[in-house]
Design a protein around this ligand. Structure first.
Ligand SMILES: Nc1ncnc2c1ncn2[C@@H]1O[C@H](COP(=O)(O)OP(=O)(O)O)[C@@H](O)[C@H]1O
Ligand SMILES: [Mg+2]
Length: 349
């Protein structure tokens, strides 16, 4: 094979590869390697572009003894740390025993693993709190409160609340995993959105009344259809309206509004804009970018007190993504918050 073909072949491989000669100098580097090290590689010593003892040992052993091995190396390029699996393979060159070294980028994989670890830790922590309370009260009911009827009633009430919290958490976790699993498939039902919003408001009527909050709906007359997953959209607006009731402040109103937009720039086409606005305490801008992360709450204690799981907005974001829509939050401390859902209205035939 011509050497030009060999070079094109190496450049077409997405993994960074460098061929070292017996003197540990790079004879050939493919373009992925030049990109990885953000520098010229060919003609230079290995120690000149990756000063890492594990890497240098692996290279020396491979060239010296002809043994293959794999090592893990972390490096920092332009302030970004990446984690690499480095594979050393003996490779004969014209001037003697060399080594073909390939670099597998594990950064994304490590990131996913870390996220999964955090998630499991969060879930365990969220479940442990109510479980600890339950176990504690069972003890008290067997002992001190055994013959104290009013205390027993009170403790059973708390136990019911804690058990309810665990059920909500498990239900939210199941919703989240279901929505994530379906995220790539586009919803196909024909859904009438004004009726759906009315339904979501009606289910929350009692909760709003207890909290002293009035719920208003502003929408155009007549039915408005779109392709969607009706059950999932109910979840979206239930979550948003419930949050507005919980955090919107007693004695104030929550406004749900629907408007049609001829051309929404973010969606490059016609859209529906549904807004849930409250006049509550508002949210400090530093929290806004993280609000849709799982278990992220502005005030963990308050959210727990109000029976929240911290998963509502994460579920909302995933459902809106599945509908190829956009989700935005605007808020001003002391004035209130607006949660905006933009949904594309495509072809309905
Ligand atoms: N309308 C709102 N006004 C003020 N803060 C809000 C509002 N909606 C949500 N938040 C904040 O965002 C957090 C995350 O909301 P969510 O994911 O629904 O979790 P939860 O309601 O279970 O706590 C809440 O804990 C709260 O701090
Ligand atoms: Mg919520």
């Amino acid at each position: 094979m011509q050497s030009a073909t060999v070079r094109k072949f190496a450049d077409a491989v997405p993994m960074a590869m460098v061929l070292f000669g017996p003197d540990q100098r790079a004879l050939v580097a493919n373009s992925a390697a030049t990109a990885l090290f953000a520098n010229e590689v060919e003609g230079r010593l290995g120690s000149a572009f990756l000063r890492h003892p594990t890497f240098l040992d692996g290279l020396e052993v491979c060239i010296g003894t002809g043994t293959a091995s794999t090592s893990r190396v972390s490096m920092v390029t332009k302030g970004v740390e990446s984690c690499l699996a480095v594979h050393f393979r003996p490779f004969p060159t014209e001037s003697g025993q060399g080594a073909l070294v390939s670099f597998e980028d594990l950064t994304a994989l490590e990131h996913t693993t870390a996220m999964r670890r955090d998630f499991v830790a969060n879930v365990s922590h969220e479940l442990r709190t109510p479980l600890t309370a339950l176990v504690g009260f069972i003890d008290t009911l067997r002992g001190a409160a055994r013959d104290d009827a009013p205390a027993r009633e009170r403790f059973l009430g708390i136990m019911e609340r804690e058990a309810g919290r665990m059920i909500r958490l498990v239900n939210d976790l199941l919703s989240l995993s279901r929505v994530e699993a379906e995220e790539r498939s586009r919803p196909s039902e024909k859904v009438e959105i004004i009726g759906l919003l009315r339904g979501a408001i009606a289910t929350l009527h009692d909760q709003a009344e207890t909290a002293g909050v009035r719920l208003d709906l502003e929408a155009p007359a007549g039915p408005v259809f779109l392709r969607a997953d009706g059950d999932q959209l109910v979840q979206v607006f239930h979550n948003l309206i419930e949050n507005a009731v919980k955090y919107g402040g007693s004695g104030k109103n929550v406004r749900v509004s629907l408007t049609r937009i001829e051309r929404e720039p973010a969606l490059q086409g016609p859209a529906l804009r549904i807004e849930v606005a409250d006049k509550g305490e508002g949210i400090d801008p530093i929290h806004l970018p993280r609000l849709t992360e799982r278990f992220y709450r502005v005030d963990t204690h308050r959210s727990r007190e109000k029976g929240g799981t911290g998963l509502g907005l994460a579920i909302v974001k995933h459902i809106v993504n599945r509908h190829r829509g956009r989700f935005r939050v605007e808020s001003e401390v002391g004035k209130g918050s607006r949660f905006i859902v933009l949904l594309p209205v495509g072809d309905l035939t």
